[in-house]
Design a protein around this ligand. Structure first.
Ligand code: FCB
Length: 442
């Protein structure tokens, strides 16, 4: 089975990449990394499937050369990875871990040696526990702590990375982790949510300014988006979906690109926001050079009589991935167009994550994953439609290179184009990997 589109179907210079994150692949038990709130969350019964954690993960810490060879052999152009705050600064502040800095230095050089562009993300969720003790994202001081961490790591690798983004998926850091409690620190608290959602943007803007100060360019933001569809034709369902779209998708884009938050979101969060939040937009709205969109699925939203936001998700009818996420490529096309028209207005847009989980297994040394090839084809078709409409999409990154630690779902949701056996740690490229490699020949 083949990819429908090949490299030649995309504009010159269009970048194809794959994405990973530190805690999900490196093995946080190695190399002097500090404890993170994910270690604490996973050690608390009921939070993570089988209480799995990232102490070993894919052991990328020791196997990165093999992993980078796989990326280069697939004819990909860019590797989007993250640096772990707790690996660089085990206590979140203070003395850096020399081994950690050396590790990221080696990674960047290893990518460049293979002709791959390093795309760095500074935070993909592994907050040092020492900072969680101080309130983590609820504490306004996190913006300064994050700026200092940005300075430490980027003084070391900032001269060689191709692009950098401060924070992966502000919605997950804010809402998913402080309102729904599904991710570390596992809070379900509206006041904590309002603060985290604002401070995550304050930290984003602070890191952008820090990196500008170091003379870095090609800086962006990575926003996750979920298409919100009303569960029925009623006006109540329409406004429920609009509110979901507001706090999920528009809140963060509005903050960064419009220096304001959507009214309907402030109706609920306003009373819980930190003092003088509306004076922070010059930091938050520091100009960026590109906008990243992580896209996976849509949700059907139905109104209810509970407290704000007074709605809930209902299962949809479309085919689903192993995450129970509906496959809805139209949503990607919608977000590419809307982000360009209403927020980023001409800046390059990258699909910084897209992909699917499936229970892939090795059969006679091969891993047939036609479902993933279908998924990628359908979403690349959405990118093509946006391009045809004049949206400046400049790249597409698959989540993920490797099967890895899928957070609260542990190791059982396999998103990789390369299969990982979590006992032997053996890597086996899946059929989708081979299909991509063929499609991306230069
Ligand atoms: C995104 C995360 C990534 C991975 C995928 C499936 O929200 O950025 O770490 O978990 O979802």
């Amino acid at each position: 089975m083949k990819m429908i589109y090949t490299r030649k179907d995309f504009p010159d210079g269009f970048q194809f990449g794959c994405a990973t994150s530190s805690y999900q692949i490196e093995g946080h038990g190695f190399g002097g990394a500090g404890r993170t709130h994910w270690d604490d969350f996973a050690a608390t019964p009921g939070n993570v499937v089988r209480a799995e954690h990232g102490a070993r993960a894919c052991d990328h810490y020791h196997r990165w050369t093999e992993d980078f060879d796989l990326i280069a052999d697939a004819n990909l152009d860019v590797y989007r990875f993250s640096t772990s705050w707790a690996r660089v600064l085990p206590d979140g502040r203070g003395t850096p871990n020399a081994e950690g800095l050396d590790f990221y230095d080696r990674l960047v050089d290893g990518l460049l040696e293979r002709g791959l562009k390093p795309a760095a993300t500074l935070y993909h969720w592994e907050l040092p526990s020492a900072l969680a003790d101080l309130g983590g994202w609820r504490n306004r001081d996190i913006a300064g702590w994050f700026g200092d961490y940005t300075d430490v790591i980027m003084r070391r690798i900032g001269d060689r990375v191709w692009s950098a983004a401060p924070i992966n998926e502000p919605w997950c850091v804010g809402w998913l982790s402080h309102f729904l409690g599904h991710h570390a620190p596992g809070l379900r608290d509206i006041r904590a949510t309002a603060r985290a959602m604002h401070h995550v943007l304050l930290a984003h803007g602070t890191a952008i300014s820090t990196m500008r100060g170091l003379g870095m360019g090609n800086l962006g933001g990575v926003f996750n988006m979920e298409y919100a569809a009303p569960a029925d034709d009623s006006p109540e369902a329409a406004s429920a979906a609009k509110l979901y779209d507001g706090y999920y998708n528009r809140f963060f884009l509005s903050g960064v690109f419009h220096k304001t938050y959507p009214d309907e979101v402030l109706e609920g969060l306003g009373p819980h926001m930190p003092a003088r939040w509306d004076e922070d937009f010059d930091v938050i709205g520091a100009p960026i050079d590109w906008c990243g969109i992580n896209y996976y699925t849509r949700k059907l939203i139905a109104p209810d009589k509970g407290p704000w936001p007074s709605h809930h998700e209902v299962p949809g009818p479309l085919p689903k991935t192993a995450m129970e996420w509906e496959i809805y490529p139209e949503g990607l096309e919608f977000f590419l167009k809307r982000t360009h028209a209403e927020y980023s207005k001409g800046l390059p847009i990258y699909v910084t994550e897209n992909g699917m989980a499936a229970p892939d297994t090795v059969i006679d040394g091969a891993v047939p994953d036609p479902h993933r090839i279908d998924y990628l084809n359908a979403h690349l078709a959405a990118v093509q439609s946006a391009l045809a409409d004049g949206v400046p999409v400049e790249g597409y990154f698959i989540w993920s290179l490797l099967d890895n630690y899928e957070w609260a779902l542990g190791y059982e949701k396999r998103f990789g184009v390369v299969h990982v056996d979590f006992d032997s740690l053996q890597r086996t490229p899946k059929a989708s990997y081979h299909a991509l490699k063929a499609a991306l020949t230069r």
